[in-house]
Design a protein around this ligand. Structure first.
Ligand SMILES: C[S@@+](CC[C@H](N)C(=O)[O-])C[C@H]1O[C@@H](n2cnc3c(N)ncnc32)[C@H](O)[C@@H]1O
Length: 436
């Protein structure tokens, strides 16, 4: 046994042994060759606030994906894009193309106005990608780690997404049985699929790590089963090449729950089927992205959640939003369910008021993304970069003095207050950035 473990640990030098169960020889060779190449990088367009045309006018070198109209791959520009004004203004989210593929296949399978629980959501990639594709959804994006879950809020505030409610609890303590139409379970895993993205992965990988995570994944799958309602879906994924964390985990889960059905997808040719047709693998070299496994399961029996009465609700001045009162503040959210309202959220939607002791601005930064009553003031590139740094903007505009929302190419950057020829900078200190 010890010998077997050691040999598996050694084989991990090139990870090829792990992909053997679902790759033919040619695919294995493509995978092996890919290991000396760099990881693919891509962005997902927030088309609600920025157009594809403007994106391509700004970055003509972006490569459009053949089927996913929101996905654009790019080379060597990660630094530039992550520090760009468009990123700062919320025009896109940076992610690995394989992560984007999961929501691309998942989005059409889910009913209208779905209530979604993302159990392991930080920093928010899967939730955000799903929200872009299905703006009619309400998504609780949870992570067991508070500090990681705060990153979800930072991202959703920047992107202006009111339908993602961030939360940090141990998923095993969630008692909202059969309430959700979709459970996203992007499980903690050994991470071998991300070896090109993060070279630490190679040293970090061991069969012990895989074995330590198996019961955690199993527990989370059981939780997903209890949270999903009849007819709802569980989307399980890992960034691991190990059959134990992928197909074998699902095989055991299906054995326990006969009311679960595997939902097939019309996968493109570069996506490989899992062992015994259980799910799909995206393999670097074969697919233009990093290593990911995913499978969709539908619950076909069991109870059915009825909407309980919404506890706190008033009509918002903004079309399509409700105001939800929570911890002495107000949040804009498309819908809130009675039972959900009891969760200890970090942010249940878009925060309206700045509740710090001596706020410069009465409103929270997040509210600048959706406020419909204040005037917008467009900045040029230099002014926008200056604003991002925290500087005042000089103006000769005849616009009335008072609170404004500053924009760049129409993207909302944050609040400012015009006083004569100056626009005071109301961007929170923690968000100030040097952009290139
Ligand atoms: C693969 S990452 C999630 C990535 C995220 N879904 C995305 O697309 O941006 C797995 C997450 O699981 C969380 N996690 C670790 N152990 C956990 C546990 N025992 N229960 C729930 N979540 C856990 C980690 O904090 C981590 O953020």
């Amino acid at each position: 046994m010890k010998e077997k473990e050691n040999s598996e640990k050694n084989q991990i030098d090139d990870f090829s042994a792990l992909v053997k169960p679902y790759c033919n020889e040619k695919e294995q060779k493509l995978f092996q060759d890919s290991l000396s190449k760099k990881a693919f990088t891509s962005l997902l367009l927030n088309e609600k606030v920025f157009s594809k045309k403007e994106l391509l006018d700004t970055y003509p070198d972006l490569k459009e994906d053949e089927s996913d109209s929101l996905l654009f791959r790019y080379d060597k520009e990660e630094e530039r894009l992550g520090k760009s004004l468009l990123h700062f203004g919320g025009a896109f989210y940076l992610l690995d193309p394989s992560s984007a593929a999961i929501s691309y296949y998942l989005a059409p399978l889910v009913k209208k106005n779905p209530l979604v629980m993302d159990l392991c959501a930080a920093p928010g990639g899967k939730s955000i990608a799903f929200s872009f594709r299905r703006p009619d959804s309400l998504i609780v994006a949870n992570d067991i780690s508070y500090s990681r879950a705060v990153e979800i809020t930072k991202n959703t505030d920047r992107l202006g997404l009111s339908n993602i409610l961030s939360l940090a609890v141990d998923p095993l303590n969630l008692n909202l049985n059969e309430m959700f139409d979709l459970i996203i379970l992007d499980a903690p895993c050994s991470g071998s699929g991300m070896v090109r993205k993060d070279c630490k992965m190679k040293d970090d990988w061991s069969i012990e790590k895989v074995n330590r995570l198996l019961p955690i994944q199993e527990g989370l799958l059981e939780k997903a089963y209890s949270l999903v309602k009849n007819g709802g879906l569980i989307a399980y994924s890992t960034c691991s090449f190990s059959v134990d964390e992928d197909e074998n985990q699902i095989k055991a889960f299906l054995k326990k729950h006969k009311d679960l059905e595997v939902v097939p997808i019309k996968a493109s040719k570069d996506i490989l089927k899992g062992v015994n047709n259980l799910g799909y693998h995206l393999i670097p070299g074969v697919y233009q992205g990093e290593g990911i496994y995913f499978i969709f399961l539908r619950k076909t029996l069991g109870g059915c959640y009825e909407d309980s009465e919404i506890k706190y609700r008033t009509l918002s001045p903004l079309k399509g939003y409700q105001v939800f009162f929570y911890r002495k503040n107000e949040y804009l959210v498309p819908k809130m369910y009675g039972e959900l309202s009891k969760l200890p959220f970090i942010a249940p939607g878009i925060k309206i008021h700045d509740d710090s002791p001596h706020p410069k601005c009465e409103f929270d930064y997040a509210y600048s993304k959706v406020n419909a009553s204040l005037p917008l003031y467009e900045l040029d590139e230099k002014e926008a970069k200056d604003y991002a740094l925290g500087n005042e903007v000089v103006t000769h505009s005849a616009i009335k003095d008072g609170l404004l929302i500053l924009t760049y190419k129409g993207l909302r950057l944050g609040f400012g207050k015009k006083v004569g020829l100056r626009i005071k900078n109301y961007l929170p200190k923690g968000l100030r950035a040097t952009l290139i």
